[in-house]
Design a protein around this ligand. Structure first.
Ligand code: HEM
Ligand code: FES
Length: 439
């Protein structure tokens, strides 16, 4: 290899980088190296961040966006944004830093003032897992650990996909927070409700497909409450931990516990409902819950679902099953593409295995960022511009939409309901319209 190069230390791969006008992110994409870029390279989301291991002096100076992030978020000087960094001379060694959607959600924690903490308005979500004890008697420790991992994964995904942070696992309970990065109250409450409904879907699928042989149906109870709390790092100066402190924590725990008495699954307090537009949700009963040690009672509502199909919820709910085996999905998809439209084969210059990885990586990223539409739109516009360069035409999009729907239907099997079909059609229409705006 001659000239300038970038070493990706996380995968031990070296690629050429001879154009000082091309960003490191563009170089990753051109070389089919999966690299998160939720805002499409616009210096807004920070998901493309890298650590520069060697050769930082060979990169361009920090851009304005990078300067701001570094100052506000107390970044380590080795961090750069791949969409802003360009290689001006010699070589550089880097590693990509953000991989999963949970990590993307956790980036919100950087907005909390370092060392001081802050008061924030948050939605608290407590999710309790019932009937787990009988399983513990019947199964080996390995089986139990596997089941718990699956439980925490499929129930954690809807939290992360809706801008929530998994704050703690307390025994059989998951505690999540929504709104740690601030933002619109109504959006924060809606994100938390969508996560709760997604968790309810997830446990049903887990019971049906994975836990069916264990003769126990795991049930969950979820409590949601909106309130003000302190967020920050607390503890011994040498061992501080992220903590949330305030009355809403106890209130939410109490609301969650009430599910057992009512036989309900999701209960949200009045403070959450105050921020949700009327007629948006299907409500079961309304009741008053007395808080331990207090005289007052607070109104709670049983949440059954959305009145109208919620595209984001339905699409998010299919992700685990759709992309559990990413390579298989990509293979199925491209096989159909080349069978039905052999003429587009020549557009693809690269190894199809790598191409498949880029497609599923992007699809996962799109589903994960449905709840951050301002980033998603920028990302899709930039993907659309790249597709013009790849030689993609309008008629190709129509064909790809149908083939993607067929592949999704095959992969989801009997879980491909009318509702998920409708949601996927809407999501693909949005993706394609944004990638390829009609002039
Ligand atoms: C739902 C819409 C689509 C999505 C989400 C999508 C996604 C992607 C992704 C993630 C890549 C990898 C490189 C990059 O990030 O730029 C890519 C590359 C590519 N896509 Fe798409 N794509 C879509 C529609 C299409 C259509 C309709 C065609 C036409 C047949 C197409 C043809 C290509 C080609 C030729 C490449 C470059 C392959 C290469 O470098 O060899 N894509 N696409
Ligand atoms: S900040 Fe680089 S892709 Fe969003």
């Amino acid at each position: 290899m001659s000239g300038r190069s970038i070493r990706y230390c996380d995968i031990n791969r070296v690629v050429d980088a001879n154009d000082p006008e091309t960003s490191l992110l563009e170089i990753s994409i051109a070389n089919k190296i999966p690299h998160l870029h939720e805002c499409g390279g616009n210096g807004m989301c920070t998901t493309c961040r890298i650590r520069v291991i060697e050769g930082s002096e060979n990169l361009n100076p920090l851009t304005r966006q990078e300067e701001e992030f570094r100052k506000k978020r107390n970044w380590d000087p080795s961090i750069r944004l791949a969409c802003q960094a360009k290689l001006m001379k010699e070589n550089v060694s880097i590693e990509r830093l953000v991989w999963t959607n949970a990590e993307v959600s956790n980036l919100q924690l950087e907005t909390i003032p370092f060392g001081i903490g802050d008061e924030r308005e948050l939605v608290f979500l407590f999710c309790d897992m019932r009937n787990f004890t009988p399983l513990a008697d019947k199964h080996s420790n390995f089986d139990l650990a596997h089941m718990l991992n699956r439980f925490f994964t499929v129930l954690g995904d809807p939290i992360c996909m809706n801008n929530g942070i998994i704050y703690q696992y307390a025994g059989d309970e998951i505690i999540a927070l929504f709104g740690t990065g601030g933002g619109n109250k109504s959006k924060i409450c809606m994100d938390a409700i969508r996560a709760a409904l997604g968790m309810n879907y997830a446990i049903q699928r887990l019971n049906k497909w994975e836990f069916k042989d264990f003769e126990t149906e795991i049930k969950i109870g979820i409590g949601l409450h909106y309130g003000r709390a302190f967020v920050g790092n607390i503890g011994h100066p040498r061992h501080k931990q992220f903590a949330v402190i305030g009355d809403p924590v106890n209130v939410t725990s109490r609301i969650q516990a009430q599910n057992k008495e009512y036989g309900s699954r999701i209960l949200a307090s009045q403070s959450v409902m105050d921020h949700i537009p009327e007629d948006k949700l299907k409500i079961g009963f309304r009741s008053d819950v007395k808080l331990r040690g207090k005289e007052i009672k607070i109104p709670v509502y049983e949440i059954l679902g959305f009145v109208e199909t919620d595209t984001n919820l339905e699409v998010q709910a299919t992700l685990d099953q759709l992309l559990r085996n990413e390579e298989q999905f990509a293979e199925l998809f491209y096989e159909k593409v080349f069978q039905q439209a052999p003429q587009v084969r020549t557009l693809f210059q690269n190894n199809m295995l790598e191409q498949g990885r880029m497609l599923t990586h992007m699809l996962r990223g799109i589903i994960n960022s449905l709840s951050r539409p301002e980033h998603l739109m920028l990302n899709l516009k930039s993907l659309g511009r790249q597709h013009v360069n790849y030689g993609v035409k309008h008629e190709h999009y129509l064909m790809i939409k149908e083939i993607l729907l067929e592949s999704i239907a095959e992969q989801l099997g009997e879980d491909y309901t009318d509702r998920s079909r409708q949601a996927w059609i809407e999501a693909l229409d949005l993706i394609i319209e944004t990638m390829e705006p009609v002039n």
